[in-house]
Write a protein that binds this ligand. Structure first.
Ligand code: FO1
Length: 322
């Protein structure tokens, strides 16, 4: 079986770890590819930061700071303090010393002319991830946040400096019209026996992946069922500030509204199936009427067992949709 996951960041990392654990326990082998959002990426002090990728890389490698959800475990911040003094990095953006090692290596390889895909391959080769990470595109597409009363700011400034508190009117990925789907992402969708939309931020992690020219066509054209997992439980985000992002695009923060936002594949949208939490069971019937096979299951991923169980639930729903 070939499993292809779409997403990025902490929710995706937990879900992919659960899928990896489920596949291992099932003992039938199988290949897991992740098509990762790159629109969070940012230039700081001349270094290319890639949060949605690095959260996945570090979590799958088991070297992540699980508390913070980003960066490496056991970090020190000596260099970051110096960068703030020199003024080449904002004092509100912390770059750990080990994390800086990743950014320096990535930037060195990019400056040698390597593609983002090749950089992902080299970074991932250091650990036995059991999963292959692909950028949605090798082109640079940075999300900028459109604001009501001032010029747009890069997503990281809005998210970290302003904690998503500045009223946003939209999100734009600079360069997206020139971007092309990466070869690895295209192949991952083409070979998939099932496509899983991770419980990532629908607007700034999943959205930019879907916006890459060619991606929606690839997903619409695959014979594999497409099943998503809600990152919203009982009207609240599990983690992060997706509610601020959803509000900015006029989507209610609910499991049902996000599924409608993605749309039913039978109606030209993305989804064949959608998992909601047991507490959102009332979303199941309305979504089924929309052509999205919804199912209510426990969505909280608290440990390897609950994460593996969630992945299994998603695969079981997918198996009814072939
Ligand atoms: N998030 C913060 O809230 N504060 C930080 O100082 C911060 C630094 C940082 C450095 C590297 C990295 O990969 C991620 C970092 N993040 C930080 C998280 C990041 O801004 C967001 O979690 C993602 O972009 C959201 O998907």
């Amino acid at each position: 079986m070939n499993y292809t996951v779409i997403g990025g960041g902490v929710g995706c990392a937990r879900f992919v770890k659960g899928l990896r654990e489920h596949v291992r326990r099932a003992g039938q082998g199988g290949r897991i590819d992740v098509v990762v959002n790159t629109a969070d990426d940012w230039w700081v002090s001349g270094l290319r930061i890639a949060p949605d990728h690095d959260s996945l890389l570090y979590a799958l490698a088991g070297v992540n700071d699980a508390e913070r959800g980003w960066g490496r475990a056991g970090e020190t911040e000596r260099v970051s303090a110096e960068l703030a003094v020199w003024g080449t990095a904002p004092d509100w953006f912390t770059l750990g010393d080990l994390d800086l090692g990743t950014h320096i290596a990535r930037t060195a390889w990019l400056r040698e002319g390597l593609s983002v895909s090749e950089v992902y391959r080299r970074l991932g080769a250091r650990w036995d991830l059991g999963v292959t990470l692909h950028p949605a595109t090798d082109s640079e597409i940075d999300t900028h946040v459109l604001l009501a009363d001032r010029d747009p700011v890069h997503f990281q400034e809005w998210w970290v400096r302003h904690r998503a508190q500045l009223p946003a009117t939209g999100f734009a990925q600079r360069g997206i019209e020139r971007a092309a789907i990466s070869p690895g992402a295209r192949d991952a969708v083409a070979r998939a026996d099932v496509v899983l939309i991770a419980p990532s931020n629908p607007v700034v992690s999943v959205g930019p992946v879907l916006a890459v020219p060619g991606m929606r066509q690839a997903l619409a054209g695959t014979p594999a069922p497409v099943v998503g997992v809600s990152g919203i439980i009982s009207g609240a985000v599990v983690r992060g500030m997706a509610d601020a992002c959803l509000a900015a695009i006029g989507v209610e923060t609910s499991a049902e509204a996000v599924a409608r936002h993605y749309g039913a594949r039978s109606a030209g949208g993305l989804l064949d199936g959608w998992l909601v939490d047991e507490s959102d069971g009332d979303a199941v019937a309305p979504l089924r009427d929309e052509g999205i096979a919804a199912r209510a299951v426990p969505l909280w991923m608290r440990d390897p067992d609950t994460s593996a169980r969630l992945a299994q639930d998603a695969l079981e729903l997918a198996s009814t949709l072939r």
